[in-house]
Design a protein around this ligand. Structure first.
Ligand code: TXA
Ligand code: MG
Length: 334
């Protein structure tokens, strides 16, 4: 058992960043803001520091970590990039794209779950970038939530989940995008594969790389065991409430009255909806707004002690695959 720690949240002042950078250099953990979701960072080259990530999250060691870099120049320190990877880096970094590449020997096995590939990304959040620059280390960081729960999009979410388990949270405000990065396997440039859908779509990857891209195939029950696509566990973003998916919810006037333990989560605010138990992800149907709101909404409904949430899937649009992937996982609870 690790001892219980006081968890403190820091604003991004120069003094705080210097202090947090030195904590990372000493092998400690720091929760960090990114443009996608908050991450729980450690020195990616220090196996003992990375082991603390798995302990704090209760994450199985079979689930590998993403390595975050300050600049694409550091890519060949941790991975063996090909020309396609460099093209994608140029198009999308800093930003919400993680690439799977052959790993460099310097990356400890715990980061890659013993595999010979490594996940790498250059994040866009300005505070995280300053921290990366100051500590001058690649930082391994999964989402900063207890394993299996909804990813955190604010510093307060991180504290709710990991208080007592970590010492430091850097507060960079609410995550701009709100969904985890797109993960693409670029080891074979003749056939790129999207392993996790995110804000960067397969069409964008196709256009920027000039390569064929196999879009996200959907999480399957059989992939829960397979190490072919680690981390593609079907149940992975689960709120405590039971999530029931609907292609389309009926208008509020047609909902059968039930107890307050039920909630209805519309994609777009329906006419006439005012308050609980009616909720929505976006006022006007914006996909970006819905993505930004999704995880916070699922957490809110848990806090309201809803036992069942009826959720409307996103209609087609740029983020629909990514949003609906997270909703299907949330609903996949056994
Ligand atoms: O947006 C993000 O990607 C956030 C922020 C913090 O950067 N991070 C994040 O990390 O979502 P995490 O650990 O929650 O999800 C990373 C996923 C996992 O499903 C993991 O299995 C997969 O990336 N992954 C890591 N290394 C891999 C590898 N070598 N091959 C295939 N999948 C890998
Ligand atoms: Mg995660």
């Amino acid at each position: 058992m690790t001892r219980r720690r006081t968890t403190r949240t820091f604003r991004g002042t120069a003094r705080n960043l210097a202090r947090l950078a030195s904590r990372l250099q000493d092998g400690d953990l720091v929760a960090v803001p990114t443009e996608t979701v908050y991450g729980l960072a450690a020195n990616a080259l220090d196996a003992r520091a990375c082991a603390r990530i798995f302990a704090a999250k209760g994450r199985p060691r079979t689930d590998p970590l993403i390595v975050h870099l300050q600049h694409v120049r550091q890519l060949s320190d941790v991975a063996a990039p090909n020309a396609t990877a460099l093209r994608l880096a140029k198009a999308f970094w800093p930003g919400p794209l993680t690439m799977i590449l052959p790993k460099a020997a310097i990356v400890p096995e715990i980061v890659t779950a013993g595999g010979d590939s490594v996940a790498v990304r250059v994040p866009a959040h300005p505070l995280f970038r300053r921290l990366l620059a100051q500590c001058r280390l690649p930082l391994a960081a999964p989402s900063a939530n207890p394993f299996g729960y909804v990813s955190p999009t604010t510093a307060a979410h991180v504290k709710e989940g990991l208080a007592g388990k970590i010492g430091y949270i850097l507060d960079g405000g609410p995550a701009r995008i709100g969904l985890e990065s797109t993960i693409v396997d670029v080891r074979d440039p003749r056939r790129l594969r999207v392993l996790r859908p995110g804000a960067i779509t397969a069409a964008q990857l196709r256009q920027a790389s000039g390569c064929p891209v196999q879009d996200f195939a959907g999480a399957t029950a059989s992939s829960t065991q397979a190490q072919l696509a680690p981390g593609q566990l079907l149940q992975h973003y689960s709120p405590r409430a039971k999530v029931v998916l609907h292609e389309k919810l009926p208008p509020p006037s047609q909902l059968v009255a039930t107890t307050g333990a039920n909630a209805w989560l519309y994609f777009r605010r329906p006419a006439g909806a005012k308050r609980h138990p009616l909720h929505w992800l976006s006022a006007d149907g914006s996909q970006a707004e819905a993505a930004h709101a999704l995880f916070a909404k699922l957490r809110e409904l848990d806090q309201r002690k809803c036992t069942a949430v009826h959720v409307e899937l996103a209609p087609s649009g740029p983020l629909a695959i990514a949003i609906n992937d997270r909703l299907r996982r949330a609903a996949a609870k056994g």
